[in-house]
Ligand binder design. Structure first.
Ligand code: 13P
Ligand code: 13P
Ligand code: MG
Ligand code: MG
Length: 370
């Protein structure tokens, strides 16, 4: 029997500002998840939070895109929203952008990624969850950990990976339907790089290994401003990456995060910032940031999860957190001047549009010089 991992997240309200969900919200999500295991909908699951986003990791046998699983997640987020409202929390129901559930959470606000597979005898995987960033935050680390021997030494040392990987990349600016291109490394390396250099528009949806056709990674791709038509909060994506054997080792998957690469997010989702790898259940602080990403390692066996290992909770990452803070402060020195603030097409969803419209009307066009 195949196992499905479904990872669905939403910001349904937070304490302080956009900082973290309340204990009562997390407790409610945990209680509902335990009930879903008891009732047999799920074989197992976990609730975590990263900044103000709650993530539900659900294990089951229904395959991807199953209405019952998505409804369970949606209803759970409706319940945590109700708690947030009753406690007067900030941004209650922030990511629930539609009034009624209609079969699948995709296009409704919550971020989701899912993968179905035949369990290997040992099935290790990593759950990544970000806050104050868009789905493009995964472009650099997912490209590098699969395609680049600087991080994935297994491309040279492990014959299983020699055939490379296939990337499904989505153009998230196209909102009529999913618009996806499929490209392979090593042969299409430069074409993939050409797309992924623009992480606000082109984002990795999934990665598949070429030798056996097994899915190696899946990531959420939703962009809230494309659903809402305006800035309503950042996307705050999640990803699942399987590790070892025909996939990169867990350490190779973590390796690119040591760069503390710059991404767009942070305060009001509008600032470039260095991504800080953090421990589970971390909060948000400086400048409504910095952008944070957590990583939890698990094994799943016959539908049951092991305890998790908090992969960024290790002294090495203290050094990277310092580096991320330094890199962020370098850019913060520049305040609102580009490129510290985001590019124009991203700002179009914010109040800047109204300001520019008002100012444009005051511009005077001088008569052309003779
Ligand atoms: P082990 O020999 O401990 O399994 O480690 C192998 C490996 O590839 C680590 O990156
Ligand atoms: P969230 O998307 O995490 O709610 O952050 C929104 C924001 O604008 C913070 O300044
Ligand atoms: Mg929020
Ligand atoms: Mg958030």
């Amino acid at each position: 029997m195949k196992t499905t991992l479904s990872l669905i997240k939403a910001d349904t309200g937070s304490v302080g500002g956009h900082n973290r969900p309340s204990e009562a919200m997390v407790a409610m999500a945990k209680e509902r998840l335990a009930d879903a295991v008891k009732s047999g909908l799920l074989s197992d699951g976990r609730v975590t939070f990263t900044g103000d986003d709650i993530a539900l990791l659900m294990v089951h046998t229904y395959g991807v895109d199953h209405a019952d699983i998505h409804k369970f997640a949606w209803d759970t987020f409706v319940e945590t929203t109700n708690i947030a409202k009753s406690q007067g929390l900030y941004g209650a129901g922030q990511d629930l952008l539609k009034d009624a559930f209609s079969g699948n959470v995709r296009g409704m606000g919550p971020g989701s990624c899912e993968v179905e597979f035949e369990e290997r005898p040992a099935e290790p995987f990593i759950v990544f969850a970000g806050d104050k960033c868009g789905p493009g935050v995964f472009n650099y680390p997912l490209f590098s950990c699969f395609a680049d021997p600087y991080h994935n030494a297994g491309l040279l040392l492990a014959p299983e990976m020699h055939a490379g990987f296939t990337y499904n990349i989505m153009d998230v600016n196209y909102t009529e339907a999913d618009k996806v291109i499929t490209l392979k490394v090593p042969q299409d390396y430069y074409d993939i790089a050409t797309l992924l250099r623009d992480p606000n528009r082109y984002v990795i949806e999934s990665v598949v290994e070429n030798a056996g056709g097994l899915t190696a990674a899946v990531a959420s791709t939703s962009r809230l401003h494309n659903i809402a038509g305006k800035y309503v909060g950042k996307d705050d994506p999640v990803a699942i990456v399987r590790s070892q054997k025909m996939f990169p080792s867990t350490g190779e998957i973590l390796s690119p995060w040591a760069r503390a690469h710059y991404t767009l997010g942070d305060n009001r989702g509008s600032h470039h910032v260095a991504v800080m790898p953090v421990v589970q259940n971390s909060i948000i602080s400086f400048f409504d940031g910095p952008t944070i990403v957590s990583a939890a390692g698990y094994c799943v066996h016959e539908g049951k999860l092991t305890e998790s290992v908090d992969l960024f909770d290790q002294p090495f990452w203290n050094h990277i957190r310092d580096k991320a803070a330094r890199k962020t402060l370098e850019l913060r020195d520049q305040g609102f001047f580009n490129p510290a603030m985001g590019p124009h097409d991203e700002m179009e969803y914010t109040g800047v549009v109204e300001n520019l419209k008002r100012l444009d009307a005051k511009f005077v066009t001088r008569s052309p010089k003779k």
